[in-house]
Design a protein around this ligand. Structure first.
Ligand SMILES: C[S@@+](CC[C@H](N)C(=O)[O-])C[C@H]1O[C@@H](n2cnc3c(N)ncnc32)[C@H](O)[C@@H]1O
Length: 351
């Protein structure tokens, strides 16, 4: 990554592209100055200005009314908070970020632009009780489960929009309507939208494992794995609709592309948090999967694909989520009480 700043020729053009702009690496603001001095380098993105088109989709999906009170989780640059404040007024907008340095920067930027929403350093997992209740909650970082505080801090009939984090990235933005009993239910949006994983009370690496480290571990595995013919192709895993189903069906499984030096083409890998691995490759005998470790990830994926076909190949918006007041997460196809539904495993935050 290259740190781009105001004196650079491409700075303004970069800022006005319809792209996500990384604004912090490794939770450390000093990395920017370092990269500025040393030239391009690597790091884990921990804050960004969201792609403008994605922000527009999300704001439209939330169907705001002028009287609505909104909580944004993930202030970042403050850009989205500025849009919200412009539309609904400072008294209606609260935004929180877990990172104090980002909050200070966003507050300055918002002040300079003439917007004064309520901006706080706070872990959004807990919502922000002081300004509750809200008619809308929008999260611009990703959570593996919808925090219960959001359900209790949203008025019945209100909406919550967030990206549900899964290791298999399928860009699942879910739009939940909160009921009188503070359960919440609704479909995934048809649009793909992904955010960086949340940090704070739960470490970033716990929410989102380092897939490169899992790949290195798999490559060192003395077990060569089982080789079996497969019909599931790499395209199946990247199609328009199956990936969201797969992401919600196969827990703790990430997708990765990798081309070993000796291999003629890119291989599609599945990497489990428990060290299980699988990849698909072409041999003289045709397309095969090679699998090692405790789980048989490719077989699980084939099974999920069969299920998806049997369910009528549901599109993204036909898949939905219900969160009950005790935090159970049910995934369903077509309707909340359909026979095609399953629960996501509870996450033990002490893990
Ligand atoms: C993609 S950026 C947000 C973009 C922002 N809305 C904008 O308009 O620029 C995600 C932000 O979420 C923040 N974040 C991560 N975990 C959080 C948490 N638990 N609570 C609140 N903010 C969090 C990060 O510090 C980061 O700034």
């Amino acid at each position: 990554m290259r740190a781009v700043g105001a004196p650079d020729d491409d700075w303004l053009d970069s800022a006005y592209q319809d792209l996500t702009l990384i604004t912090q690496l490794d939770g450390d603001d000093s990395r920017w100055a370092q990269l500025r001095a040393s030239g391009p380098g690597a790091g884990r993105p921990t804050s960004s200005s969201t792609q403008p088109l994605l922000m527009a989709w999300m704001l439209e999906a939330l169907n705001f009314q002028p009287s609505h009170r909104v909580l944004e989780i993930g202030t970042g640059t403050g850009y989205n908070a500025a849009l919200l404040t412009h539309c609904f007024g400072a008294a209606h907008v609260t935004t929180v970020d877990v990172d104090e340095s980002l909050v200070q920067r966003a507050r300055c930027a918002l002040d300079a632009a003439g917007y004064h929403p309520s901006v706080h350093t706070h872990d959004g997992t807990r919502g922000f009780p002081a300004n509750a209740p809200y008619d809308r909650i929008i999260a611009t970082c990703s959570f593996p489960r919808v925090p219960l505080a959001w359900l209790t801090q949203t008025t019945p009939g209100g909406l919550i929009l967030c990206h549900l984090y899964t290791d298999f990235d399928a860009g699942g933005l879910v739009l939940l309507t909160v009921a009188d009993d503070h359960s919440a239910s609704g479909p995934f949006l048809p649009e793909y939208g992904a955010f960086m994983p949340c940090r704070g009370s739960v470490a970033l690496d716990t929410v989102a494992p380092d897939t490169l480290a899992l790949l290195r571990q798999a490559l060192r595995d003395p077990d060569d794995g089982d080789t079996t013919p497969t019909r599931l192709t790499a395209n199946d895993l990247t199609g328009e609709y199956f990936p969201l189903f797969a992401a919600l069906r196969l827990t703790d499984t990430a997708l990765h592309w990798f081309q070993p030096e000796a291999a003629p083409a890119m291989q599609t890998w599945l990497l489990g948090r428990d060290g299980s691995w699988a990849y698909q490759t072409y041999t003289d005998d045709g397309l095969v999967s090679v699998q090692g470790g405790r789980r048989r990830l490719w077989t699980e994926m084939e099974y999920a694909h069969d299920e998806w076909i049997a369910a009528g190949s549901p599109q993204r918006h036909q898949i939905g989520l219900t969160v009950t007041p005790d935090g159970t997460h049910h995934i369903w196809i077509d309707a909340p009480h359909s026979s095609r539904s399953w629960s996501l495993a509870a996450i033990d935050e002490d893990d």
